[in-house]
Design a protein around this ligand. Structure first.
Ligand SMILES: Cc1cc2nc3c(=O)[nH]c(=O)nc-3n(C[C@H](O)[C@H](O)[C@H](O)COP(=O)(O)OP(=O)(O)OC[C@H]3O[C@@H](n4cnc5c(N)ncnc54)[C@H](O)[C@@H]3O)c2cc1C
Length: 489
């Protein structure tokens, strides 16, 4: 098996698959996306993205494509108000951007970068060998085969890739069910964080242009295990609030549960999983779609390095070791929020204690960091610098007489050695990695911290900060993340 149709076949053109295809192209790999739907999905689904995902779009220069962003500073944890501004860059995320728009932005970007999307093409079979993966595809009733060196299943909660690769998906069965309706023409009071009412919970979110999203939870109802009708949603809304939405125009009616599952492994040989194929949970705070996009940003550069042949041993496995714990933590926090949010009065004492705890800034920072993804810290080796393993925030820079920003430097998807101390010896040390790591000498006009130099991975996480502060030599970090130098430095 050596005649490959592409380096990577990405299965599924949802937000995760499209982001991954673009990231692979940025890093120089060829990517073909296969998608069973013949047309892009038009449903609103996730109405926004989290603070860390705003940053990841920002570091690729994508934010202007979303139009004006409504970034919400305050939100909630399980219905208990939480001010996200306790963290630098903290927010409840960008809201009012339907998933169909996110997919259209990411699809356009991936296409510009040369990713090919085959629509109306369903993956039905998969066989891997030591050299590559052959997939069987169904296209308008005909069967065709394609080969690639890797396949990534971004094919959603019922992932065929996961099943065909034999990867388990353990977790919890649904205990609660919520119904939702996007509805136009009914002026309603917004309930951004949800409102607990006798018998359940209701949420009302703005959708733009005279429309809103209504979500209802009826504690007394038996889970139906199916999508409701609009009449059923309107009846429940009236029962819980006394307000009538039945005269509105339904745009989309759907349902979801709190079933929470996670793939036992994000990789089996040449098959990997990302997004909902790897983790599902109750959608709270746009963490689901955001996590998928972050999976893609973590995986793209690692897979491309593996394909080029310059990845150090074990780099690709850090995709699982870094992202699996993040997915597990999202599952834990959404289940905790579900308990606070959707349980009855017996939970009131716990809510009171939680509300009290949230009076402490340290507790606020902890929870805000958890649900925004801003507290993610990868194990990148020894050192004591506070940014080590963490995401690099956006910051103004002066490179010579050119004004730039940390995010502008990351837009090309390359690793960056940010030389903030004009250190010739460090630049010389990095010279052997010049094909993979861009070295930029700059100063920070508004710097509160005077970092000497930072090595930033293509996904925006700081892999080394030094010299000093217990840091290993720069060359050791370069070798750990980007492989051997091209020539001895
Ligand atoms: C009703 C509802 C409301 C939601 N609300 C929110 C919310 O408010 N916030 C939030 O963050 N998330 C929300 N979500 C979840 C969010 O939509 C998902 O997390 C997100 O879509 C995951 O993206 P993905 O790309 O990983 O998977 P998906 O979006 O599921 O994309 C998978 C793609 O793979 C394709 N595919 C599947 N099988 C195959 C195959 N065999 N061959 C080829 N193609 C295949 C599918 O057609 C699909 O296009 C909601 C979901 C639903 C259903």
């Amino acid at each position: 098996m050596d005649d490959f149709d592409a380096d990577v076949i990405v299965v599924g053109a949802g937000p995760t698959g499209l982001m991954l295809a673009a990231e692979l192209r940025l890093a120089g790999a060829t990517a073909v996306v296969v998608e069973r739907l013949t047309e892009p999905m038009r449903q609103s689904r996730a109405l926004g993205f989290s603070a860390r995902t705003i940053e990841e779009f920002g570091q690729r220069g994508l934010l202007p494509r979303f139009g004006e962003l409504d970034v919400i500073p305050v939100g909630h944890f399980g219905g208990i108000p939480l001010d996200y501004r306790v963290l630098q860059g903290g927010s409840y995320g960008a809201r009012g951007k339907p998933q169909s728009l996110t997919e259209s932005v990411l699809g356009g970007w991936a296409a510009e970068l040369g990713a090919v999307v085959h629509r109306g093409t369903e993956l039905t079979g998969l066989r891997q060998s030591p050299e590559g993966v052959e997939v069987e595809l169904s296209q308008s009733g005909a069967t065709r085969r394609m080969r690639a060196r890797y396949v990534v299943g971004c094919d959603g909660a019922r992932s065929a890739v996961r099943r065909l690769a034999g990867i388990d998906f353990p977790g919890t069965r649904p205990e609660v069910e919520m119904w939702l309706a996007d509805v136009a023409g009914v002026p309603l009071r917004m309930r951004f964080s949800g409102e607990r009412v006798p018998g359940g919970m209701v949420m009302v979110l703005p959708l733009g242009a005279g429309a809103c999203r209504v979500a209802v939870y009826d504690a007394a109802a038996e889970p139906a295990g199916r999508a409701p009708t609009f009449t059923e949603v309107a009846d429940t809304f009236r029962r819980l609030t006394g307000e009538d939405i039945s005269g509105g125009r339904p745009l989309w009616v759907s349902w979801f549960t709190d079933s929470s599952r996670q793939a036992a492994s994000y990789r089996r040989g040449r098959v990997l999983l990302a997004g909902d194929a790897a983790h599902i949970h109750l959608p709270i705070g746009a963490q689901g779609m955001s996590a998928g996009i972050q999976d893609a940003v973590n995986l793209g550069w690692k897979l491309a390095a593996e394909l080029r042949g310059d990845a150090p041993d074990g780099l690709l496995d850090t995709y699982h070791s870094e992202r699996h714990p993040v997915g597990a933590r999202i599952i834990a926090n959404t289940l905790a929020q579900r308990i606070l949010y959707l349980s009855g009065g017996e939970l009131d004492p716990l809510r009171e204690v939680f509300t009290e705890l949230l009076g402490y800034p340290e507790v606020q920072r902890h929870l805000a960091g958890m649900v925004t993804g801003l507290d993610i810290r990868h194990d990148v080796g020894p050192g004591t610098h506070p940014l080590l393993g963490r995401r690099l925030p956006d910051a103004d820079l002066l490179a010579g007489d050119r004004k730039t920003t940390t995010y502008e430097l990351l837009a090309a998807g390359r690793a960056v050695l940010l030389d903030l101390g004009d250190d010739r010896a460090l630049r010389d040390e990095a010279a052997g990695w010049a094909d993979r790591v861009e070295t930029v000498t700059a100063t920070r006009p508004d710097a509160a911290d005077h970092s000497h130099a930072l090595l930033v991975r293509p996904d925006g996480y700081v892999a080394w900060a030094g010299p000093g502060a217990g840091a290993p030599p720069l060359s050791a970090a370069l070798g750990r993340w980007f492989g051997a130098p091209r020539r001895s430095s």
